[in-house]
Design a protein. Structure first.
Length: 112
C-alpha cells in the first residue's frame, strides 16, 4: 500500500509540475513532457512490483514501438492552419490518429 501511495505521489507531482510549467514556459514544459519521464518512472516501478525481467523487456519494447506512433497525435496540430474548427477539432482528430496508431502498434508488437 505504501508503494502505491509513493507511485501516485511521484506521478501526480510530475503531472502537476508539467501542467503548471506549461502556463509559464510552454516550450520547456513541452520538452520535459517529450522526455520519456513516464517510462523512467514506470519501468522500475513495474519491475520492483512484479520482479519479472522478461515482462519488463517486453514492456520496454512495446514502449519503443509506441513512442513514434504516439506522435501521430500531434499531426493535426502541425496542420492547424489547414484544419478548420479550432482546438477541440484538432484534439479529437489527434485522438483518432492515436486510435489508428494503437492498432498499428498491436500489429507490430505481434510480429516481435
Amino acid at each position: 500500500m505504501i508503494f502505491t501511495i509513493f507511485k501516485l505521489t511521484i506521478s501526480a507531482g510530475m503531472i502537476a509540475f508539467a501542467s503548471w510549467l506549461a502556463g509559464k514556459k510552454p516550450e520547456l514544459a513541452g520538452f520535459i513532457i517529450a522526455m520519456p519521464l513516464l517510462t523512467l518512472l514506470v519501468l522500475p516501478f513495474s519491475y520492483t512490483e512484479y520482479q519479472d525481467p522478461e515482462n519488463a523487456v517486453t514492456f520496454a519494447r512495446s514502449i519503443f514501438v509506441a513512442v513514434p506512433l504516439s506522435l501521430t497525435f500531434f499531426i493535426p496540430f502541425l496542420l492547424a492552419d489547414k484544419i478548420p474548427g479550432g482546438f477541440w477539432v484538432l484534439y479529437g482528430t489527434g485522438i483518432l490518429c492515436l486510435i489508428a496508431s494503437y492498432f498499428i502498434h498491436r500489429w507490430i508488437t505481434g510480429l516481435l
